[in-house]
Design a protein around this ligand. Structure first.
Ligand code: CA
Length: 222
């Protein structure tokens, strides 16, 4: 899951990157509205944390431009002042949630988790697929009630597949949502992670559709 953070306060931006990175997200950061707008306009993100007071282009304008262009990713806005009118304006401009500064990082993480799972149609923080359960709060995976030990990258791949269970996810899409932008993307690596996941999750769970991608099959016995 890839998150875009647009925040001009370098300390807060660093804290956000650390917290979100620690929670298993791939984080890209922009320090002004123009760069942030460009990244959100051209990249594929699972959620955006958007500060409203930004140099070069303010957060509301960034958000309005994305929505006008049909960019639908979930956006959580950060407002500096606790004024109701700014929140209303933000939500009316296309924001999905807001937090007033200062905020507790745990609350931000919870709101981001909720935005991401709701965007993919999940109401509960526990994602299930046949005998597999993923707790999006802790990153714990159970298979038939027993814990499955996964590396950080295996968990990232499985998390993306669990959010999109049943659908076919292309390798490019997986690469885009899992690796950092300047990471040397080797598509074989995705294949390696999928192969390891298959060994840990049992046969028939992750299907390969030749030339199209992978599908987490929640109907098959596994
Ligand atoms: Ca600011």
């Amino acid at each position: 899951m890839r998150i875009l953070v647009i925040e001009d306060d370098p300390d807060l931006s660093r804290q956000l990157e650390t917290a979100l990175g620690g929670a298993g997200y791939t984080v890209e950061a922009a320090g002004d509205g123009e760069e942030g707008h460009f990244l959100g306009d051209t990249g594929d993100y699972d959620a955006v944390v958007l500060d409203l007071g930004l140099p070069r282009l303010d957060g509301l304008t960034v958000l309005r431009r994305w929505r006008a262009a049909g960019r639908a990713m979930p956006v959580l806005i950060l407002t500096a002042r606790d004024t109701w009118s700014e929140k209303v304006e933000g939500i009316d401009s296309g924001a999905d949630d807001y937090l007033t500064k200062p905020f507790h990082m745990e609350e931000l993480l919870a709101r981001v988790r909720a935005l991401i799972r709701r965007a993919s149609g999940h109401a509960s923080p526990l994602l299930t697929c046949a005998d597999l359960t993923l707790d999006t709060r802790s990153g714990r995976v159970l298979r038939g009630g027993r814990p499955v030990e996964l590396t950080a990258h295996e968990l990232k791949v499985l998390t993306y597949l669990m959010h999109h269970a049943g659908g076919v996810v292309t390798r490019t899409e997986l690469t885009e949502h899992i690796y950092h932008q300047d990471f040397d993307r080797d598509s074989n690596t995705i294949e390696v992670f999928v192969a390891r996941l298959r060994r840990k999750l049992g046969p028939g769970r992750i299907r390969t559709h030749r030339g199209r991608g992978y599908q987490l099959d929640c109907g098959a016995a596994g």
